[in-house]
Design a protein around this ligand. Sequence first.
Ligand code: PEP
Length: 247
Amino acid sequence: MAQRRLIAGNWKLNGTSADLGEVQAIARAAADHDGVDVALCLPATLLARATAAVPGFAIGGQDVHLAASGAHTGCISAAMLLDAGATLTIVGHSERRHDQHETDADVRANAASALAAGLNVILCVGESETVRSSGDAVAHVSAQLDASLPDAPADPSRLSIAYEPIWAIGTGKVASVSDIAEMHFALRARLVAAFGELGQNMRLLYGGSVKASNAPEIFAVPNVDGALVGGASLTAADFVPIVEAAP
Ligand code: PEP
């Protein structure tokens, strides 16, 4: 295993101040599991209140714009995330790539901007169902990673890669253990080719319908260093057992 495991939640377009109690409950449970890194990536509107409510717990954004400021309506910069108390951000989530037409080059630039500003980054890659059915998933995702990777930070724990098969996100379908193993082995090789020893120590997360019931077998797969969790991160009742399943 490369590093301490990282279990990160992605709340997507969910959460208002009424949900801050869940953030607090998750942060309390995370403090009891100090061998595992835990983070929640929240809607921008909740960041400042969440970071004030759970000092010291890792709160992140769900995307970042490459520019520091300017005419980019609706976007958020790394400096804004930091100002709200965030310590990390997701980049390149498949929903951003699809809905906002973000390209690999955009993802690479956004990741570089976040790292340069001092945020940790979770960079997402993953294939569609069509690509998976065609048998080209490993080549496709490897190429996507190569094209999306920023320069390596000196500390490898600052950049994590999340392999998230698009067809497994929010669908209840989970990639098979052998498919996860094959993909994570290939992605580890790409990281090592790009960064040498640093790539050996970057965390590779799996994402796509992770739940307490399937987390133990996913965490047992070689080169799986944690999880990016959507739906099951919205409540402490669902999320904490996933954290507890991390060895
Ligand atoms: C995600 O959005 O990154 C994700 C993995 O979602 P879910 O766990 O709901 O499939």
